[in-house]
Design a protein around this ligand. Structure first.
Ligand SMILES: O=C[C@H](O)[C@H](O)[C@H](O)COP(=O)(O)O
Length: 279
């Protein structure tokens, strides 16, 4: 047995690469996909600079375009960079793009993280977690010197909950879900419900082994997302809340007309005529 191990360790055999599960990003086929790509490419061009070496990659349908644009910066720029994922999807994107994978426990300070969102309000507060990734996303947002949101125009709103009706995603320890569900209902979310799998019997399970409750709150409570976040986070059994308040430096929204709206943390709003070629 010892000999066998030794032979393997010393052999010149080439280790086969693992199969890639993430396909190449196809060119955008719809106006919405085009808008996502515009937002992602603009944000990368403005915020992922050659001197940035530790880069957080978020989750969602806009993020493949972020990685595509980073790859286009070229192998010389990307050599020596480390990319930190917020979950399974972004980890696969990093691996299949042949970028160097790292984790936030090795690199707790990140130069810039770019992420998607379910809805963003006028103060850049966000609802996140439609894909159940918000725990890791918030860790990478907090770890980053600069946190930037990318999305299409449907996510750009004045009040959270206007377009995203599903509710605030709340990641919970599985054994505590029934108690937290009651807590959330008493807190004002009468329709709070455990998120169930689509092609799975039972609840969805996050990358961290937890459950997710979707908690829609009335407009009055959504007007003050920071207070709501603090109340929900205080419930024992809650692991993380999909409300991200006072965190983003900027949010980029791709529009139907091929322009990009950039909203900044200081309230400034910019319309950018994109030079990204449309299909
Ligand atoms: O948990 C998922 C993340 O917060 C996503 O960034 C968010 O749900 C947006 O995803 P999509 O771009 O697919 O709508």
């Amino acid at each position: 047995m010892k000999n066998c191990l030794r032979t393997n360790i010393l052999s010149d055999k080439v280790v086969p690469e693992r199969p890639v599960t993430t396909p190449q990003v196809p060119p955008p086929a719809t106006v919405i996909e085009e808008a996502k790509r515009l937002a992602a490419w603009t944000a990368v061009d403005k915020h992922v600079l050659p001197e940035h070496k530790i880069i957080g990659i978020g989750s969602g349908s806009t993020v493949p375009y972020v990685v595509e644009r980073i790859v286009a910066q070229g192998p010389e720029v990307n050599e020596g960079r480390i990319f930190i994922p917020t979950g399974f999807q972004s980890k696969e994107l990093i691996i299949s793009s042949k970028l160097q994978l790292g984790d936030v426990d090795q690199y707790p300070t990140i130069d810039v993280t770019i992420d998607g969102a379910d809805e963003v309000d006028g103060d850049l507060n966000c609802i996140k977690g439609g894909g159940a990734c918000h725990l890791r996303e918030k860790v990478l947002a907090e770890a980053a010197d600069t946190w930037v949101i990318v999305a299409d125009y449907r996510k750009n709103s004045q009040l959270l909950g206007t377009n995203w009706k599903q509710g605030v995603p709340v990641e919970v320890a599985p054994f505590a879900f029934a108690k937290v569900l009651l807590n959330l209902q008493r807190l004002g979310s009468e329709k709070a419900a455990l998120r169930m799998g689509k092609a799975k019997a039972g609840p969805i399970v996050t990358d961290n082994g937890n459950f997710v409750i979707d908690a829609p709150f009335p407009e009055e409570q959504m007007k003050d997302p920071y207070t709501l976040l603090a109340r929900v986070k205080m419930l024992t059994g809650v692991v993380e809340v999909g409300l991200f308040c006072h965190m983003a430096k900027a949010a980029y929204f791709g529009n139907q007309d091929g322009s990009v709206t950039a909203k900044w943390h200081d309230g400034k709003v910019e319309q950018i005529a994109s030079d990204v070629p449309s299909q």
